[in-house]
Design a protein around this ligand. Structure first.
Ligand SMILES: C[S@@+](CC[C@H](N)C(=O)[O-])C[C@H]1O[C@@H](n2cnc3c(N)ncnc32)[C@H](O)[C@@H]1O
Length: 274
């Protein structure tokens, strides 16, 4: 059934996008997502003056269309996130990871599907509070996502007042200030936190660039969009960057098994590399 009399969306076209996005990102768009794909791509077709989904599919199937493919990936990823999401992981960082860290080197954390930055900035505020902000740095964060649009937003670190609910009031006062770059009511995360975080676009479905080793990897609320084989492949690639004794945290509604015999389940959503 077409969703619009204006731009019909055939099953063949949907299957083409389903296959392409899976091969580019690993994300599996089930048949139930047809309406979502239609809604998210329709505006782009209009912007480009393209009247058929089949023609847009042909365009993005061409590997030379690097920017347009990135635009499509940006449109088809789901980037929902918020500050201090799943607070148990932050309690765990505070009670287990930080007190037992190797103080001879900086604690290194990777937010591997960081979306618009709320996750790495939440980690950053907690580390600033617990370890401090003095130089040389006692901690650093790498924050990455496949979507260029969200990485650009994350780098800026400016958020609407309605989005700050999870931030403890003391942290808000200390590590955020009213944004001077916007007329609306927005806050910006302090540069003293931002300078500890390196943001980059990175596709976990491809070979990883050299990132160094991490003490903790946040890989939260991303694996739900993958089928079991892609999930394991991505998790294997990611855990190779853990220090022995390092931690992998996934979303509370997610699960992982058969990734690496050295990766032990410590609690639901918390794994440790032995
Ligand atoms: C729902 S958000 C989760 C954000 C954050 N981790 C949290 O828990 O709030 C999922 C993120 O995974 C990213 N993502 C999806 N596929 C990816 C891939 N292959 N490589 C890197 N990031 C990916 C999406 O762009 C999106 O921003």
């Amino acid at each position: 059934m077409p969703f619009s009399t204006e731009i019909p969306f055939s099953n063949e076209a949907f299957l083409g996008f389903q296959e392409l996005i899976k091969s580019l990102s690993g994300i599996y768009l089930s048949d139930a997502k047809k309406q979502l794909v239609f809604g998210r791509l329709r505006t782009r077709l209009r912007q480009l003056g393209i009247s058929r989904f089949e023609d847009y599919l042909l365009l993005v199937q061409n590997p030379a269309q690097v920017a347009e493919r990135q635009m499509m990936v940006d449109l088809l990823t789901t980037n929902e996130t918020y500050f201090f999401r799943e607070p148990k992981h932050f309690d765990f960082l505070k009670s287990e990871v930080i007190p037992n860290r190797d103080i001879k080197r900086p604690l290194r954390i990777w937010s591997a599907a960081c979306s618009s930055g709320e996750e790495p900035y939440s980690i950053g505020m907690l580390l600033a509070e617990q370890i401090g902000l003095a130089k040389p740095f006692g901690w650093e964060i790498v924050a990455s996502d496949i979507s260029q649009r969200v990485v650009d937003k994350a780098k800026i670190g400016i958020y609407a007042n309605q989005r700050l609910d999870g931030i403890p009031p003391g942290f808000l006062k200390k590590y955020c200030s009213r944004s001077t770059h916007s007329n609306e009511d927005k806050i910006e995360v302090s540069p003293s936190i931002r300078e500890h975080i390196r943001f980059q676009r990175l596709n976990l479905n491809e070979n990883l660039p050299e990132l160094g080793k991490f003490d903790v990897i946040f890989l939260r609320n991303m694996l739900i969009y993958f089928q079991p084989e892609s999930k394991i492949e991505i998790a294997r690639r990611v855990v190779k960057t853990l220090h022995p004794g390092g931690w992998l945290l996934i979303g509370h509604s997610e699960s992982l098994k058969d990734v690496d015999p050295k990766l032990k389940t410590i609690a639901p959503s918390i794994y440790r590399m032995t």
